[in-house]
Design a protein around this ligand. Structure first.
Ligand SMILES: Cc1cc2nc3c(=O)[nH]c(=O)nc-3n(C[C@H](O)[C@H](O)[C@H](O)COP(=O)(O)OP(=O)(O)OC[C@H]3O[C@@H](n4cnc5c(N)ncnc54)[C@H](O)[C@@H]3O)c2cc1C
Length: 321
């Protein structure tokens, strides 16, 4: 690990006094620093800023950037009105990690691609222009949607898939300004610049995430498929938020995890499902559409079928619930 300076910010004004890399729970960034994958010279600890509240708002819910994953998942309002978010967080990592990990840190957690985490191997995301060892290497767990010739890494988070289906907005602050970005516009596809993962600007702090309450009568659900039942990242997952009346899908929002270069929103599938009566045939067509643009790699063609089954199972569950 390289030497770095450490400074703890106790107010928002403190944060912008000096440049540096933000640290929250440290469960991702510190790992990367130990591996020399990331080598920041200055760290600003933002994990104890007064940004840990989870509050009901006029339109829905506001979750502070420093709110711990465990506190969000176990919050009464989240469990009741945003069940998919609670289920997604509880399906990730371990209890100990969830007690430390923060909402903002989870939003910005980086891929688990083994070549990204191994500095002896080429990786365009870690070292632009060095190549992608995964394309001809071990790519079983990597992305099939949104990949490029420069990078096939997948986005690892569960939380962010649920937030995507809940159409969350990310609240950002810099020295002179505040802005909000829809989560759907927050993540970038790898293209030719896989090192650029979000629209976050240099020095910009995430202060929170807001969610508008889905229309009354909506339900939500998160289904995660993985190699073992705990402490494992998704091979495929689905978050669904839906309002169903007597078998008719009035409104649906869908996102998938494990399969995309970013949390994967299924806008076309949503349009195709809305106004239709739930049926196995309809869900089979939805699943085909969801993976229409999939580009499986040498070891992960199984994810195409797995993603389809995951989506069908989640839709079946929500329309029967
Ligand atoms: C063994 C293991 C298993 C795991 N399994 C899962 C899993 O199954 N599913 C899953 O979803 N996740 C899993 N995780 C990942 C875990 O959820 C993340 O490590 C965690 O959410 C990161 O949050 P943090 O607060 O610790 O982030 P940090 O490590 O503190 O920061 C991560 C990134 O966010 C930036 N950052 C932090 N706060 C801010 C802010 N306010 N504004 C701007 N930038 C900020 C940092 O600069 C850094 O780039 C696992 C992790 C481990 C170690």
């Amino acid at each position: 690990m390289q030497q770095f300076t450490y400074r703890r910010a106790s107010t928002l004004d403190d944060v912008f006094k000096m440049p540096g890399r933000f640290l929250s729970g440290g469960t991702n960034l510190i790992d990367h620093m130990k591996l020399d994958v990331e080598t920041p010279k200055a760290i600003i600890d933002v994990g104890r800023l007064p940004l840990e509240k989870i509050e009901k708002t006029k339109t829905g819910l506001m979750i502070g950037a420093a709110a711990k994953n465990a506190d969000v998942a176990n919050h009464e309002i989240v469990k009741k009105d945003y069940a998919a978010l609670s289920q997604a967080i509880l399906a990730g990592a371990s209890a100990q990690l969830r007690n430390k990990a923060s909402t903002a840190g989870n939003l910005l957690q980086r891929t688990r691609c083994v070549y990204f985490r191994d500095t002896s191997k080429p990786c365009n995301k870690r070292q632009p222009g060095s190549g992608c060892a995964a394309i001809d290497g071990y790519n079983r767990n990597l992305a099939i949607l949104g990949v490029s010739s420069k990078c096939i890494a997948n986005h690892p988070s569960d939380q962010n898939v649920a937030l995507m289906a809940l159409e969350a907005r990310v609240h950002l602050q810099s020295a002179g300004a505040k802005r909000e970005v829809a989560l759907n516009d927050f993540y970038l596809l790898p293209g030719d610049t896989p090192e650029k993962e979000t629209v976050l600007r240099e020095g910009e702090l995430i202060t929170g995430v807001s969610i508008d309450a889905p229309p009354s009568g909506s339900k939500s659900y998160y289904l995660k498929l993985r190699d073992r039942a705990s402490y494992e990242f998704a091979l495929a997952s689905t978050a669904v938020v839906a309002k169903v009346s007597e078998g008719r899908i009035e409104r649906v929002r869908l996102a998938m995890g494990g399969v995309g270069a970013k949390p994967w929103r299924l806008l076309e599938v949503e349009k195709m499902l809305e106004g239709q009566n739930a049926s196995p045939e309809l869900f089979a067509r939805a699943a085909d559409l969801a993976v229409r643009d999939a580009k499986p790699q040498s070891m992960n063609a199984f994810k195409v079928e797995l993603a389809k089954r995951c989506l069908v199972a989640a839709l079946t569950h929500i329309t029967k619930a």
